[in-house]
Write a protein that binds this ligand. Structure first.
Ligand code: CTP
Length: 424
């Protein structure tokens, strides 16, 4: 079911509807009465091939609000206005859409769109918090040009992005995409670094940044506060992530280490140059006619090792990537041990594999010996598996932290002190 609230972004929901129906889904559209001021009933009916109604008073003999809510495998509200979020959070049922939200037992996905001030208002944020606590998925709005001359967070994410999220929620069945990363701060690095030789040339690599962007987007849609450190990427900002742009490995290192200080997890999806030219020429290097000078290189510091060395109490969790061409798993295990990270995502590269493609296939290795194979599929699916692994490990760290606090608070009895086994 596609609910449409009264925002100008309703026109983008037409494209989302088209993507859903073209993928073979049966979609019932339930606009609010005011949403029909932006896009009329005829458009929704023609695009969905289904009747459209805003009122609980139509077809009363069928009790539409109960029927629609019970039948749906997924409810998407796009755009979700400040008013719609408020009514949903309060449990109102004053039109068909809000009534359906109360009868639906399937995953519910809200895609907010409104002016920045309305989005950032404590009332709206409290409503979003309430809906997330109840298990709804509220995606972060994208930042950019709004209806007027203003810009900022509040744009409806692109229909293709919402369609991809909807597909992942449906693929995960009843589990949906729980906002299980709410309250977590995560850092993702993406793209490929460039090491400059002179003002016009650099040593670089083929990384497009798509896997890192998929990680940032999925983490944001699962409720995390996301910092994306992006090196030389051409992709649109993922909705809800704070993007820091860098070029070289050294800039990426500085940005990642700074963001990592307050983070629960860092995922290093960026392809970081291992070496940089020992010196950068301030002016363009010219042909001299003589044999070219070899390029002297200096090693870049390993960011993962620095992250691992700097952490306390196991935080932030550190996830590395290993792009390998040969002996993929054996090289991956060795790299995991060498770098000391918690998880290492190993994938095969070369000959059109992984770089710049929408799909990826990988094995997620855990320092605890786990090995999760992820078959070829969208990079968002691999991203979700990585976040599942991260979420599980963060929950264990939370428990360990709580236990340590409990131990610190509990008075130590005489008996406990005399028994060496009493203190684990
Ligand atoms: N990485 C890093 N700092 C670097 C280089 C790489 O943190 N200076 C991170 C990458 O972001 C990636 C992981 O390390 O998550 C694997 O990088 P890779 O270059 O494959 O590993 P190396 O240890 O350099 O091994 P090799 O080049 O021999 O394959």
């Amino acid at each position: 079911m596609l609910g449409v609230a009264a925002g100008i972004a309703a026109y983008k929901a037409c494209e989302l509807l088209r993507l859903l129906t073209e993928a073979g889904h049966q979609v019932r559209v339930v606009p609010t009465a005011d949403a029909l001021r932006f896009v009329g009933e005829a458009t929704w009916a023609a695009l969905s091939g289904q009747p459209v109604t805003s009122s609980a008073w139509a077809e009363v003999h069928e009790v539409p609000h109960v029927k629609l809510g019970k039948q749906a495998d997924l409810v998407i509200v796009a755009p979700a206005t400040a008013d719609l979020l408020a009514r949903a959070a309060a449990g109102r049922a004053d039109d068909l859409l809000t009534a359906v939200l109360l009868t639906a037992r399937c995953p519910v996905l809200f895609a907010p769109a409104m002016h920045t001030e309305m989005w950032e208002h404590p009332a709206t944020q409290a409503n979003v918090g309430t809906l997330r606590e109840r298990g709804c998925l509220v995606v972060q709005p994208a930042a950019g040009r709004l209806t007027g001359a203003d810009t900022g967070p509040g744009r409806l994410p692109e229909p293709a992005e919402l369609f991809a999220i909807a597909g992942r929620v449906l693929a995960r069945g009843a589990r949906g995409l729980a906002p299980d990363l709410t309250g977590r701060r995560v850092v993702v690095s993406a793209g490929g670094t460039r090491e400059e030789l002179d003002p016009v040339r650099f040593i670089g690599n083929w990384s497009s940044g798509r896997q890192g962007y998929a990680l940032a987007g999925t983490a944001a849609s699962r409720g995390a506060e996301v910092t994306l450190v992006a090196a030389n990427t051409q992709l649109p900002d993922p909705a809800g992530a704070q993007v820091v742009r860098v070029r070289s490995a050294e800039q990426l290192r500085t940005a990642v280490l700074q963001a990592a200080e307050a983070a629960d997890a860092v995922v290093m999806a960026a392809a970081v140059a291992d070496y940089r030219p020992a010196s950068r020429s301030a002016s363009k290097i010219k042909k001299t006619g003589a044999a070219p000078e070899p390029i002297a290189l200096t090693e870049n510091r390993d960011i993962i090792r620095d992250l691992v060395a700097a952490r306390t109490g196991g935080r932030p969790l550190v996830v590395g990537f290993a792009a390998e061409t040969d002996d993929v798993l054996a090289n991956g295990r060795a790299k995991l041990a060498r770098k000391g990270c918690d998880l290492l995502v190993v994938n095969q590269v070369g000959d059109g594999l992984a770089f710049g493609t929408a799909d990826n296939e990988a094995v997620v290795l855990g320092a605890d010996g786990t090995e999760v194979k992820v078959p070829l599929g969208p990079k968002e699916e691999l991203a979700d598996v990585i976040w599942d692994q991260v979420a599980e490990r963060l929950a264990v760290l939370d428990l360990a932290g709580d236990a340590a606090k409990g131990r610190a608070a509990a008075p130590v009895s005489r008996d406990d002190r005399s028994d060496p086994m009493a203190q684990p």
